[in-house]
Each structure stands twice: as structure tokens, then as C-alpha cells.
Design a protein around this ligand. Structure first.
Ligand code: HMG
Length: 384
């Protein structure tokens, strides 16, 4: 049975800051941020947006009523959860108008969460012929104003419908994975912002990629020549470049040039949005599908979540994928946004809604929003 991604869509907040303006405000050479880090814009969520509202928007962009009846499993990968008990997935049942015979839960393992969800979805579909699984990655990446990580913030959500005879990417059920207890990045429950040993985290990321790539080649007797494109978890776009560069001496100049050129196509969206945490790898897939992908291309995926878990797996772009991927609509999610000034972003960063907050719906510019906090319970609404 062929299983994989049958539909894929995403959501990013409608406000962004310009990275050159951020560099100037921080008294940094803009080239450091645009070339050294590799970012152009950064998505900024409104206080009425969170992992729930963004997940709802991404899923709503791909689901029709037939899909909803077929879903038997819904997993949200997130490290920006709004509740220590109730899962982000449970909130989505009403917002997406889903039937209740669904197993719904949340997975947390930093930026690896959605990949864990994708693999669980694969298993679920293979054991339940005819059923579908909804996997959503949803996060807000926050390091704090004037921190080294600030330039690598971002926000957004990616939703994928996993099913039999997939129309976008067939997953070929080949993967290698590893886990190590590493202190490269963490966010204690009391903190809204993450802490990172930045340069150490880069080293661990590259080490995981190299270790897993060696394992993958040995296990399946393949080389880079068997793949058209390598897609990376993209915390900032220079990170994947650093991992890819470690292969330069091992590959023919032609192969390295091809992988590098295709990597550039996969980071176009990330340059505009920033880190989506667990959605970043899949935002790279979306960017590649919109900008360069061709039917039957073999893709290698490198998923990395600090802490740390890594996995390399593979898949194949399906003939006719263009009929399912609405390139114009996906590009419009990136293009139809407005710039926010650095001073407005700094002011908004400090806003934290407390119990008793009621959000004025006329001031909301999003499909789904946090409408109220009542008895410390967060309540959500769909914008009419
Ligand atoms: P930093 O200390 O500000 O930057 O931190 P730097 O001094 O390392 O410079 C960055 C690059 O800019 C360097 O290039 C400089 O040479 C270059 P590199 O050596 O890396 O190739 N540069 C310039 N280039 C052009 N013109 C100039 C110029 N000046 C300098 N004038 C860091 C950067 C990424 C460490 C920081 O932003 C950070 O801590 N970010 C957060 C952590 C992170 O994103 N880590 C990535 C790996 S871990 C991961 O991916 C997991 C994660 O997504 C979390 C999860 O799993 O949930 C983060």
C-alpha cells in the first residue's frame, strides 16, 4: 500500500518585520542577518494568535467535508502549547467541525514533533485502510528582544493529510533515527522564551545530520546520487547550508551544485517567515513544491529537534501533484502580509493576555482567534 502526504497547506501570521530594519535597530551590519543568518523577513503573531489558532487556519486551508469524515487520527506537533494538560488537538475539534470518532493528541519533542506525528500517521493509515490522519505542526519561535536568537524567531503552522495513494509525496517507509540527551536548546515551563547554546546547537545539528546520513546510506545502500533534493529542518536558512556544505568534498561538483540549487528553492518561504520550529522542515517542502518540484523526484528529509532527536527519511513526488498543490494560493500566503515597524513589534512582544481578557473581534485580522480568557480557560472563535 502506498502511503504519504495527500494534501499539504500552511498558515503564517499576516504581520512581519523586515530583517534589515531589525539589524539597524540592533546596531548590527544587515549583511550579518541577511547573508550570515540568511533571513529577509520574520513572521510576527498577534496576541490573539497562538499554536491553536494557527493550526486551525493551516488545517482549514486543506480540508473538505469528505476529508473530515475519513480522519481517524489528528496529531499536533508543537512546543508552544498553551496548556500543560489539554492538547492543542482537542481545541481543534470544534474549530474545524470534526466528527468525534477521532483519536486526537499532541506530541512535543522540539522541532521533531511533527515528524514523530508523521511517522505515527503512516503506521495508523497502514493499519486502518481507508482512514486518513491529519498531522499539524504549529509553533511560535521566541528567544526574546535583543537576544542572539531574536533574528531566528518566526511563527506559523503546516497541515498535512496523510492517506493511501497519496497525491503529493509518497513516503517510502525508509528511515533512520537517533536520540541523545543534549542541552543545546530548551524552554522551561515558566518561560515564554527559549534558551539556546546557539553555536553548540549548530554543531549538534550538523553532527546529527552527518551521523544519520551515514546510517541511511549504509542501511539502504544508496548515495546522494539517488536523490534530487535534500530538505532540511530550517531554524534559519544558513543552517541547512552549513549541513549541506559538509558533503561538498564527498560529492561530484555536479551533484553538489544540484543539491545546493534545489536547497535554495526549498528555503524561499523560510527566508520570508523565519523559524516555524516543528513546521520548518515541511515549510521547506512546500517552498520546493511551489518553486521547483517535478514529478517522480526522490526527496531526502532531515528532521531535527533540539534536546535532541533526529531522523532522516525519504519520499517521492507524485505525478499530478500540481493538481493538488495550488501554487498561487500558497504563494499568496507569503505575499499577502503587511510590514510592522520594529517599535510596534517590540511593544506587541510585551503584551500577554490575562484572565478576564475579551478580544474585540473587529480588531482581528485572522481566520481563527483567541476570543476570551474566562476562569483561566482560553476560548477560541472562527472569524465570520
Ligand atoms: P550569533 O552569535 O549572533 O552569530 O548567533 P555569529 O557570530 O555566529 O554569526 C552568524 C553568521 O553570520 C556567521 O556565519 C558569521 O560569520 C556571519 P557562519 O560562521 O555561521 O557561517 N556574519 C556575517 N556575514 C556577512 N556579513 C557580516 C557578518 N557578520 C557575521 N557582516 C545563532 C547565531 C544562530 C547561534 C543565534 O541566532 C542563535 O542562537 N539562534 C537560535 C539557535 C538556533 O537556531 N540553532 C540552530 C540549530 S538547533 C535547531 O535547529 C533546533 C531549533 O529549531 C529548536 C527546536 O528544535 O525546537 C532551534
Amino acid at each position: 500500500m502506498d502511503i504519504g502526504i495527500d494534501k499539504i497547506g500552511f498558515y503564517v501570521p499576516k504581520d512581519y518585520i523586515d530583517i534589515v530594519e531589525l539589524a539597524k535597530a540592533r546596531d548590527v551590519d544587515p549583511d550579518k542577518f541577511t547573508i550570515g543568518i540568511g533571513q529577509d523577513k520574520q513572521a510576527v503573531p498577534q496576541p490573539y494568535q497562538d499554536a491553536v489558532t494557527m493550526a486551525a487556519s493551516a488545517a482549514d486551508s486543506i480540508l473538505n467535508s469528505e476529508d473530515k469524515q475519513a480522519i481517524g487520527l489528528m496529531i499536533v506537533g508543537t512546543e508552544s502549547s498553551i496548556d500543560e494538560s489539554k492538547s492543542t488537538a482537542a481545541f481543534l475539534m470544534d474549530l474545524l467541525d470534526l466528527p468525534e470518532d477521532i483519536r486526537a493528541y499532541e506530541i512535543k519533542q522540539a522541532c521533531y514533533g511533527a515528524t514523530a506525528g508523521l511517522q505515527a500517521a503512516y503506521d495508523f493509515v497502514s493499519l486502518n485502510p481507508g482512514k486518513k490522519a491529519l498531522v499539524i505542526a504549529s509553533d511560535i519561535a521566541r528567544y526574546g528582544i535583543k537576544t542572539p536568537g531574536e533574528v531566528t524567531q518566526g511563527a506559523g503552522s503546516v497541515a498535512m493529510l496523510i492517506g493511501e495513494d497519496p497525491r503529493v509525496v509518497k513516503l517510502d517507509h525508509k528511515s533512520v533515527y537517533m536520540t541523545r540527551n543534549v542541552g543545546d536548546f530548551w524552554r522551561p515551563t515558566f518561560s515564554k522564551v527559549a534558551f539556546a547554546r546557539g553555536k553548540f546547537s549548530n554543531q549538534v545539528y550538523v553532527d546529527f545530520f552527518n551521523t544519520l546520513w551515514d546510517k541511511y546510506q549504509a542501511k539502504y545502500d544508496v548515495t546522494a546520487d539517488d536523490f534530487k533534493t535534500m530538505l532540511f529542518h530550517i531554524p534559519y536558512t544558513k543552517m541547512g547550508t552549513k549541513a549541506l556544505r559538509t558533503l561538498e568534498d564527498k560529492l561530484s561538483p555536479e551533484k553538489y551544485a544540484e543539491l545546493t540549487a534545489n536547497y535554495q528553492e526549498s528555503i524561499k518561504f523560510s527566508r520570508e517567515v523565519g523559524n516555524l520550529y516543528t513546521g520548518s522542515l515541511y515549510l521547506g517542502l512546500l517552498s520546493y513544491l511551489v518553486n521547483a518540484a517535478k514529478a517522480n523526484e526522490k526527496l531526502l528529509f532531515f528532521s531535527y529537534g533540539s534536546g535532541a532527536v533526529g531522523e532522516i527519511f525519504s519520499g517521492e513526488i507524485q505525478p499530478g501533484f500540481e493538481k493538488v498543490i495550488d501554487k498561487k494560493a500558497l504563494q499568496a500566503v507569503i505575499d499577502n502580509r503587511q510590514k510592522m515597524s520594529i517599535s510596534d513589534y517590540e511593544k506587541m512582544y510585551q503584551i500577554e493576555y490575562q484572565d478576564g481578557t475579551i478580544v474585540d473581534p473587529t480588531a482581528v485580522d485572522a481566520e481563527f482567534y483567541l476570543s476570551e480568557i474566562k476562569e483561566n480557560e482560553r476560548l477560541y472563535k472562527k472569524n465570520k
